[in-house]
Design a protein around this ligand. Structure first.
Ligand SMILES: Cc1cc2nc3c(=O)[nH]c(=O)nc-3n(C[C@H](O)[C@H](O)[C@H](O)COP(=O)(O)O)c2cc1C
Length: 392
């Protein structure tokens, strides 16, 4: 890569230069007029943390735990389909990082490598993300494959009942399988670094494609804009019976939904608005996090993504009620900027920032961060400070 990355924004800028426009827009784009993606991060920016002083924070650890699993970091990687389009071999790079850092890697139904290969390289740190695709047989087969491949955690994504309209993808003619025209050829020719690397990888491994479909015995083909509306309440009940490991439901924003999902035996709720890629009119995901925490209580684990771009965002999400955080585009921008090295740089950067912010709010471990770290928490408001002083 050669260029140093100081922020996720740097990674995004490099990725934008290096990737064909069609690929960059697939990663960067959102639905509708794309306002929610920016709002997600802006809403996290609005949150203020309370600095605490005179605490010995010289020894800090980023180790955490979620769903009974020990992790090296308080964050992991969100499920993202077709990562191989950001950089050839991206799923392998992600799996290597997951093993090296003991970090959960959510593997999309539409991953560019098989779910079996990824969990092997990730040394058991992969979690499998399931779409309730149109073919019930295919879905059941995926669940059974995940169990056979020793996955501990299954994530059911429920916020894609309707395929969303992504204008950039429509304008760029982005489709599976790839449609070739002058616009696409020019796009690839003007990004030779990506195109040569992808070609070299394709000669050895074939073109990037959703490998869980390609290796299915059900003869199912991946349809990018397929409805995933099979995911309804009765599907969730059936899935709970079929899957004996930990079950997470992803894409939840309403507290009533969260309460019902909890009552159906899910092990965690994954608060997310798909990074603004589904309902553009939805509230920023961080706003739902607080409400859902209050609704389901402190013991139900909450996982959070949508808009996390730095360590400060990670700490703010933890303080707002998340037990664990996932990176979406931040990781993809790293991959696009510099393949495995770019990804590793982004994870290092966000780890350093998380650790520094923890130190500045007087916290030594992510699991100690809670709502009392928020500047507007009752315990930090002037009235409380005053009454505390009067009591002394
Ligand atoms: C390129 C791309 C592909 C994605 N594919 C999936 C997917 O296959 N399954 C899924 O549950 N979420 C998918 N997502 C959504 C992410 O899991 C995550 O919710 C979102 O990226 C978080 O928002 P952020 O990228 O703004 O942080 C995808 C996101 C991106 C950017």
């Amino acid at each position: 890569m050669g260029k140093q990355l100081f922020s996720v924004d740097d990674a995004r800028r490099h990725a934008r230069k290096r990737l064909p426009r069609m690929m960059f827009d697939f990663i960067d784009g959102s639905s509708g007029d794309e306002t929610l993606c920016g709002l997600n991060s802006a809403a996290i920016d609005e949150i203020r943390l309370m600095p605490r002083v005179l605490v010995d924070v010289s020894e800090r650890s980023l180790s955490s735990s979620i769903l009974g699993l020990e992790t090296g970091l308080p964050f992991g990687i969100a499920p993202m389909g077709m990562c191989g389009l950001a950089w050839p071999g991206a799923d392998r790079d992600l799996a290597i990082e997951a093993a090296r850092r003991r970090m959960p890697l959510c593997v999309s139904t539409a991953s560019s490598m098989t779910l079996e290969q990824i969990n092997e390289i990730a040394e058991g740190h992969a979690w499998f993300q399931l779409y309730a695709d149109q073919s019930g047989d295919f879905v059941n087969e995926l669940v059974d494959r995940a169990a056979a491949a020793a996955y501990d955690v299954l994530i059911l994504t429920v916020d894609v009942p309707i395929p969303s309209v992504r204008l950039r993808d429509l304008r760029n003619g982005f489709a599976f399988p790839m449609r070739w025209g002058l616009q696409q050829l020019w796009d690839f020719a003007s990004h030779p670094h990506w195109s040569m690397a992808t070609l070299a990888h394709a000669l050895r491994n074939g073109m990037p494609r959703p490998m869980n479909y390609a290796t299915s015995s059900n003869n199912t083909t991946f349809v990018r804009n397929a409805s995933r509306a099979q995911a309804n309440w009765s599907f969730l009940a059936t899935l709970r019976d079929r899957w004996h490991g930990k079950l997470v439901v992803k894409g939840v924003q309403h507290s009533d939904d969260a309460i019902r999902i909890k009552s159906m035996g899910a092990d965690a709720i994954y608060v997310s608005n798909h990074g603004g890629r589904q309902l553009n009119a939805a509230p920023p995901a961080i706003e739902s996090l607080l409400e859902i925490k209050q609704a389901v209580g402190p013991t139900m684990p909450l996982i959070f993504d949508s808009g996390v771009r730095n360590g400060e965002h990670v700490v703010k999400a933890l303080a707002t009620g998340a037990d664990f955080v996932m990176l979406g585009r931040s990781a993809m921008y790293g991959l696009g900027a510099g393949g495995g090295t770019g990804l590793s740089d982004v994870i290092d950067m966000i780890s350093r920032e998380t650790s520094a912010v923890m130190g500045l709010i007087g916290q030594q471990r992510p699991n100690m961060i809670d709502e009392t770290c928020l500047a507007n928490h009752a315990s930090n408001l002037p009235n409380n400070v005053m009454s505390g002083r009067a009591a002394e």
